[in-house]
Each structure stands twice: as C-alpha cells, then as structure tokens.
Write a protein that binds this ligand. Structure first.
Ligand SMILES: *Cc1c(COP(=O)(O)O)cnc(C)c1O
Length: 385
C-alpha cells in the first residue's frame, strides 16, 4: 500500500532537506561538534559562532534582536519558563494570571500548577469563532495581574487572535504579555518591532526544523522570567544546559528559509486548503470549526455530522490526519477546544483537523477530498454514528 498523504503538518513537520544539511555538519569529529561554552579553543569558538548566527536568523524572522532570543527545548518549555518564571519574578502570592480556555496544554497545565500553589487564574472563554478579544483581556486585568498569556494561532482549529490589539491593551495597562506563537511563526509574518509582545514561545518542528528545540523571545527592558532550569547559567542565566548546536543551527536554517519563503508558501497552502474545502461542498452536514476569516493558511478543522471522527480518521487510509491535538488523542473526552466553541459532544467527536504544508503537492487537495467524500458517504450509508 502506498504511504498516505501527510495532512498533519500542525502536529509536526518533516525537516527541510536544507535544514538537515546544516545539522549534519555539527555532529562528527571532523565537523562543528564543539561545546559552544568552551572558550579556550577553536572547537568551542566555532560552535558558539554557529549558535549566534542561528540566533540572528531567528531574531530576524520575528523582528527581534538576537539578544532577545533564549534557546529552549521547544515551545512546551518556553511556555513553562514564561508563565511560571514571570509569576516567580512578580513575587506576590497570590499573583493573578489571565489566559484562555483554549490554550495549548503547556499553557493550561502551567497555569493550573500555579493555581495549585495559591495563585489566581482568569480563564477567558473564546467567542463562538474561537477568538479572544482585546476587550475581554482589558476587562479581566486587575491591580494584581502579573501576566497575560494568549496564543496567537490555535493548534486545533487554526484561528488567529488579534495579538496587536491585545498587546496594545497590555501595554496601556502595564501588564506583561506572553504569546504562544508555536503555530504562527514560520507560517504567517510576525513582526515584534511593530507589536509589543513581552514573551513569545516558538517551536522549530512546527516550521520544518528539528524536534526538541525552540526558543523564548524575551523583550529587552521587560522583567525577566525566573529560570526554571538551573545550572551553568547559560542563555543569559535564563536557561542552563549545554547548547545543542546541531538543533540550534537547524532551527536557524528553518528560520532563514521561512523568512524568504513564508509569504509565497502561505498563498500556496491557502489555495490548497480552499480547493480541498471547495471540493467537500458536495457533502451535506459539513461545518468549519472556528473563524473562517482569522485563520492559518493551511489548516482547517471540520465537523462532519452523523460521523464519528475517530472512525473516519481510521477509515481514511489514504490520508494521515488527526482530531486536532496530538497530546490528547488518546483520551475519550471530546476536544476541550471544540467544547469551548460550543460544539455539542457529537459534533466535537465528529471533527477532524486537516493541515497542509510545504511538501504537499498540487494534486493532494483533490486526492484528499476524494478520500474524505468516499469514506464519509460509506460511513453515513452504513448508518455509522
Ligand atoms: C506544538 C505546540 C506547542 C508545543 O511545542 P513543542 O515544541 O512540541 O514542545 C505549544 N503550543 C502550541 C500552540 C503548539 O502548537
């Protein structure tokens, strides 16, 4: 049987071949294998230089300064560092945190942990489109608010929040803003020179870099989060641990490619997704979850009436898709994101996330739509609910 078409780029992306080339050169004895912290010889200097070049590449992609980039193991760690680190830096007990009910688990569970320590969390509900408004953030801010944490693009439904509006509110109210931008960076232009975000989480494997590497952007001049991993004082004292040169260099190259190719790629992916949706119109009982206007170019989450999503996903052997959240796909609860949007359990269970990416071909939209239509008709015909 041929490999299915990969339509789960929101879960992870393969490494771009150009990224692999750069990473390869950082591992073997004849390559750039040194410890970037070794300051006494050429092996260390060389590794350190590569790490700093990558830092510049990532900074340029998001309109930041290289000194504002802290390497981490991924967006999960960045979220933890930003949220727990800022509450620790704030020092008050209880401190108040504002976030939303449809954040990634890395944000939700960090906030729940802080709640268990006696801090206070306001959990903003999204509107029916899956969006969090700047006004909602404004109304929730109080005297004791230590941090606002709102994602830019949602990983399950692909909706994109008005981060510049939220940033204006946070600046006016003088509250630091953390943004989980793991689904945004490398997919849509991000310019932190124009939008006052204080902390931003980024993950390499969502934009054709390797897994296990990410970054936290920390705006110069704002309060620094307290480190969550202590050790040798690497990364301006914010995150200890020997830097993984090959991972960092890979992320830097992914950022360089994204800076050059993202705008063209976004148009191509939007066209693929729109063609896919257009073709699905022959089916009845199909709805798009979340705002159609404010969304990522390659992603769509669809509710199929009278079909069980799990059965549908398993039966579509020609395409590889998921129900939206790799981290919760083992659970029997409906997606908390879709429930918060107001979907009945039946529709939430009937929802599937399709995400297109760099290595999808022009014909993939048609092939995928054909597969969806065939299987949905079969399941509905069989009376499968
Ligand atoms: C993937 C993802 C994360 C986690 O990133 P890792 O690098 O895999 O730890 C966090 N937030 C969002 C929105 C994501 O999509």
């Amino acid at each position: 049987m041929p490999e299915p078409i990969y339509l789960d780029y929101a879960a992870t992306t393969p490494v771009d071949p150009r990224v692999l080339e750069k990473m390869r050169a950082c591992l073997l004895a004849e390559g750039n294998f040194g410890n970037p912290a070794s300051s006494t010889h050429i092996f260390g200097w060389r590794a350190s230089e590569s790490v700093e070049e990558a830092r510049v590449e990532l900074a340029e992609l998001i309109g930041a300064d290289a000194r504002e980039i802290v390497w981490t193991s991924g967006a999960t760690e960045s979220d933890n560092l930003a949220i727990k680190g800022m509450v620790e830096a704030n020092g008050k007990l209880p401190a108040h945190i504002i976030t939303s009910r449809i954040e990634h688990k890395a944000v939700i569970d960090s906030c729940k942990h802080l709640e268990s320590l006696g801090h206070r969390v306001t959990w903003l509900a999204p509107d029916a489109d899956g969006l969090i408004s700047a006004d909602a953030v404004d109304s929730a801010i109080g005297e004791d608010t230590a941090l606002v944490s709102i994602m830019s693009a949602n990983n399950e439904i692909g909706t994109v929040n008005d981060i510049s509006g939220i940033a204006e509110v946070c600046e006016r109210r003088d509250v630091p803003l953390h943004v989980d931008a793991a689904q945004m960076v490398g997919k849509l232009p991000t310019d932190l020179a124009a939008v006052k975000v204080d902390l931003m989480s980024i993950s390499a494997h969502k934009f054709y870099g390797p897994k296990g590497i990410g970054a936290l952007y920390v705006r110069r001049g704002t309060t620094k989060p307290h480190p969550q991993i202590h050790g040798g004082g690497h990364e301006f004292g914010l995150r200890s641990g020997t830097l993984a040169t090959h991972q960092i260099v890979g992320m830097g190259e992914a950022a360089r490619i994204a800076r050059i190719e993202t705008s063209g790629e976004a148009v191509r992916l939007k066209n693929l997704r729109d063609e896919f949706l257009q073709r699905l119109l022959v089916l009845d009982g199909v709805r798009i979850n979340g705002s159609e206007q404010h969304r990522l170019p390659g992603l769509v989450n669809i509710a199929f009436e009278q079909v069980d999503g799990e059965t549908l996903i398993n039966a579509m052997t020609g395409i590889a898709v998921s129900n939206g959240s790799a981290c919760t796909s083992a659970s029997v609860e409906p997606s908390y994101v879709l429930s918060e949007l107001g979907l009945a359990d039946e529709l939430a269970f009937g929802s599937v996330r399709f995400s297109f990416g760099r290595f999808n071909q022009a014909g993939d939209a048609a092939l995928a739509a054909e597969e969806v239509i065939r299987v949905v008709r079969t399941l509905r015909g069989a009376g499968n609910l």
